[in-house]
Design a protein around this ligand. Sequence first.
Ligand code: UD1
Length: 328
Amino acid sequence: MPNGILVTGGAGYIGSHVVQQLGEAGERVVTLDNLCTGFAEAVTHGELVVGDTGDRELVAKILAEHDIDTIMHFAAHTIVPESVADPLKYYRNNTCSTRNLLQCAAEAGVKHIVFSSTAAVYGIPAGGVAREDSPNAPINPYGTSKLMSEWMLRDLAAAGGPSYVALRYFNVAGSDPEGRIGQSTPKATLLVKVGAEVATGKREALTIFGTDYDTPDGTGVRDYIHVEDLAAAHLDALAWLRAGGESQVLNCGYGHGYSVREVVQAFERVTGQPLPVREAERRAGDPPSLVADAARIRELFGWTPKHDDLDGIVASSLAWERTPRYGA
Ligand code: UD1
């Protein structure tokens, strides 16, 4: 029997896509999720334990009982504006819980960790493009909470703890092409998700936050990546670590950006209908432009995206929004 993989947050949007790919690859997976934003139905493989990543007794028990040698850690709060309004919620759940998890991992002799980090650690990179060695200067508590976790991983690995890959995600969207799982996160704030809700009549209009940025059309520019490609990068990271690869911090994006208006246009192309929008002030904590320099992950892992196409990403998000299997 292969060693087990503990996936925290495996009932959430990104975690569930990774659990599915791991399960399909024949890995033995256990999900730990408190279901505060996740869905039990999203866990398509292995056992689901309902509980908190910060619960050390529970985590220690799972690590021992399931013979876990790798942890993939997704459990976190992820809403930037909320992190600005309630920073301590983010430091507790994203930073303190990670510390608890790492303590258990170290005590149980876990070998590898794959960590869900974020492009938000860069803040406002020069020229809007971030390389892994660009300065870390988060402009919101969400980014800071994740950066502190990266530092704990680095220092623990240096002290003989688990080797790790921290993947810095850019803007994730889309869903399982077979429609089994998707993004049903309540009170969504992410652009493509909100756009899909508007296009399916669940919201009246999409609000464009800021039209006066120093970008080609004045709206925010991001690097949108399909969740299936992102999930595949986690399996590549696992293979890397198992082969004895050194710990890494890697960007996970496609390396090109689209503005909010370009995303709106993609919805209009895909649906053949106008997407109702309203213009509003900038949103707190938003950088003007954030695009990955994504050369390193391709070079190191041979990671090859299969869904690098904005219209395809939008169509995939829309498909789930029209026929979700769970959630709204
Ligand atoms: C942020 C984080 C990202 C994290 C994600 C998870 C930063 C820079 N990025 O992405 O790392 O994984 O949250 O939540 O902190 N927009 C609108 N109207 C909307 C929604 C969004 O105009 O209704 C605009 C935003 O102003 C932004 C772009 O669309 O320019 C993307 O926003 P969003 O989808 O919320 O993601 P980020 O905030 O970029």
